[in-house]
Structures are given as C-alpha cells and as structure tokens.
Design a protein around this ligand. Structure first.
Ligand SMILES: Cc1ncc(COP(=O)(O)O)c(C=O)c1O
Length: 358
C-alpha cells in the first residue's frame, strides 16, 4: 500500500528517519562508559523498543505499570519504572511482573518503600529501588544531600527491597531553550549535575554503594552524560516539532497524515484531524514542507491551515503530512502506526501500550 492510500487521520513513521535516529544515538554512544535505557513512554510500541535494544539499549524505562505489563508480555527482560507506584493493587501487579522480568522502581518516600518491602517479602522476591532526587525540577523526589542519604539509610534497613541507585531526571530542562535560551540551560544543567555528584558522594561516604545513577533525556543527554551511568531518552527515536530545535541531530520521523476536507476561503483550508487525533498541549502542530503557513486545531475533528498570502496550495481530497508539536500525547491517541519506507507501507504496528494510564 502507498501512503496516498492510507485512510486518515493516521500516524506515519518514516522508517529511514527512525533508523537514522537510532544510528545517530548508537554512534554517539560508541566508546562512552554509558548505558542507554530508552523510555517506552514515547513509542508505547514493543517493536520500537526492541529496535532500540538492537541498536544498543540495555533495557527500557516505563512510566506506568500498564506499560511495564505490555513490555513484559513482549519479552523485555530489564525494566525500570521511573515513577512512584503507591496504590497497593498496582504494587501487587508490578511485583508479580518480577516472575517474568527484572523490574526496578523509583521511590521518594519511606512509607511507600515499606509497602513495597512487605509485598515483595510476601511474594518471596526482592525489588530493586532507585531513589528519585529532586535535582531542581520540583516535580517528585527527595531533596539532594542529607534527605536522600536518610532515605537510603531507611531502605537499607528493610528486607524485600534493595537500594540500587539514584533517579535524577531533569524534565524541566529538556526543552529549556524555548524558555530561557541555550546559555542559561547550560548553567542550569551544571547546577543539576553538581547536585547529582554531591548527593552520590554523600551516600557513598555514608557507606552505601550507588550502583546506578540514571537521568537525562533527549534534550540534555549530550550535555550532562558524564555524570550518569545510564541515560533515559524517549523522544529521540521519533521526535517532534517542539523538540527538534533542542536536539537538532535527530530527525522528525513521525507525522500525522490528514486529508483536506474543505477549502472555505482563499487563505484557509480545513483537514480531518482535530484534538482527538493530534495533541496541542505543546502548541499547534506544523505542516511538513510548508514553512509559510500556520496550523490551528480549532475543534475535535477539524484542523486548519492558514496561508500567509491569499493563496491556497491544496484541493479537497489531497493528503498532507503534519508534524505534531508533542509526540507522546499524540501517539497515545492512536491505535496504530503505519511504518513507511520510501512512501510504501512496510508494516502496521499496533500501539499496544496506548491508553495505559494505570
Ligand atoms: C522520568 C522520565 N525519564 C525520561 C523521559 C524521556 O524524556 P525525553 O522524551 O525528553 O527524552 C521522561 C519524559 O517525560 C521522563 O518523565
């Protein structure tokens, strides 16, 4: 099948570009004392996670137990859940996965660790935990230094759990160029890595082994990798229009295919993809190959292209490709990817972890 024959709206992956991104990451990693643990929250599709393993990733991250369940079913053997799991039912599900794969989880609270410890003991297993440090983003995590050492000390006294290292992801800096500019982003990264290093030193001085320090995403890994044992980028494999200026060495491999359904004014056309098929939490999407236009998503099933000159380039029925502004939330709206090479559909991949909110 050719791209032109796909019913819209539909998500396309340009396989040549996706493989180029994988190669770019692999070549950059070569010779470095650093492991890649790619984040599944972006592609939500096991075949892509396995491609990342083929290109050198040592395992994967998941954000939700539901994502980890999909990965385990797909045979993945090494999963780090980079989120706090506190609901007893979810803890139960997560620890049951240990029978099939190595599961580790992050923690930032002793009450939660106690619950993990008791459940793991009941199930006769031991769960590796990494302490999340708030390296500056003020999302989750304990404060660097003393507070982190104290939590590590408490973990060391509990059975059923084992302290494995530190989770230090600075989400707020990944695309900070847009808000504070590149120079300031570099200054902030320096502050983050100082917090990471001093916290690790303090834990080791207190007599505990820090096996793994993990962090860094698509937009920061090249600037801070020397302070980590593992990096956890997700977006790099497919990319989106917001991320591109912050990690220009990766290409946008993901587009939304849409059809022009109406041409109501000379400088405005309508396409068949609205808020139900493309997310706008990072702003409106953009039209591939047409710089002089602006897209808006005014409603659930309608998107619009606005031309600068009073000159419409399209007729109804024509297919267009749109770059999402935020890939994770867009992918989560779809059931499948069309994997395309040179305009021919090579495969259709179900997005098996889409909608896994729990
Ligand atoms: C904890 C964590 N790690 C890794 C990532 C992946 O980051 P990116 O998509 O910026 O590479 C995210 C993204 O939100 C995250 O929350």
């Amino acid at each position: 099948m050719k791209v032109e024959d796909i019913e819209t709206p539909a998500l396309l992956i340009d396989l040549n570009l996706m493989e180029k991104n994988l190669r770019t990451m692999k070549e950059w990693l070569a010779g470095k004392d650093l492991r890649l643990r790619s984040h599944f929250k972006t592609p939500k599709t096991p075949i892509i996670a396995w491609k990342e393993i083929e290109y050198g990733a040592i395992g994967v991250c998941a954000q939700k137990v539901g994502e980890a369940e999909v990965l385990v079913q797909a045979g993945m053997k090494d999963i780090l859940i980079t989120n706090q799991i506190v609901d007893p039912v979810k803890i139960d599900r997560m620890i049951n996965l240990q029978r099939y794969s190595k599961i580790q989880v992050i923690v930032d609270n002793p009450v939660n660790v106690k619950c993990l410890s008791e459940t793991a003991l009941k199930k006769n297993t031991k769960l590796g935990v990494l302490v999340e440090v708030d390296v500056g983003g003020k999302r989750c995590g304990v404060q660097p230094g003393k507070e982190t050492v104290e939590l590590v000390r408490q973990i060391s006294k509990m059975q059923g759990v084992e302290f494995k290292g530190l989770q230090c992801y600075a989400g707020y800096l990944q695309m900070a160029e847009h808000k504070i500019g590149f120079e300031k982003k570099m200054e902030e990264i320096k502050k983050v890595t100082e917090r990471v290093d001093t916290t690790k030193d303090e834990i080791e001085d207190a007599g505990f082994d820090v096996e793994t320090v993990t962090g860094a995403g698509t937009g920061t890994h090249r600037y801070e990798y020397e302070h980590y044992d593992e990096i956890q980028p997700g977006s790099y494999v497919l990319m989106d229009a917001s991320y591109k200026p912050c990690a220009p060495w990766f290409d946008i491999a993901l587009t939304l295919l849409a059809t022009i359904t109406s041409t109501p004014e000379p400088n405005r056309v309508v396409f068949d993809a609205g808020g139900k098929s493309i997310s706008t939490d990072y702003g409106p999407p953009s039209l591939k190959d047409f710089k002089n236009t602006k897209c808006t998503i005014p409603s659930d099933e309608h998107g619009m292209i606005h031309f600068n000159e009073s000159e419409n380039h399209f007729d109804i029925g024509e297919k267009i490709e749109i770059y999402p502004s935020h890939l994770d939330t867009t992918i989560n709206l779809h059931d499948k990817f069309y994997a395309v090479r040179n305009r021919e559909v090579e495969a259709v991949w179900p997005i098996l972890a889409r909608g896994k909110f729990v």
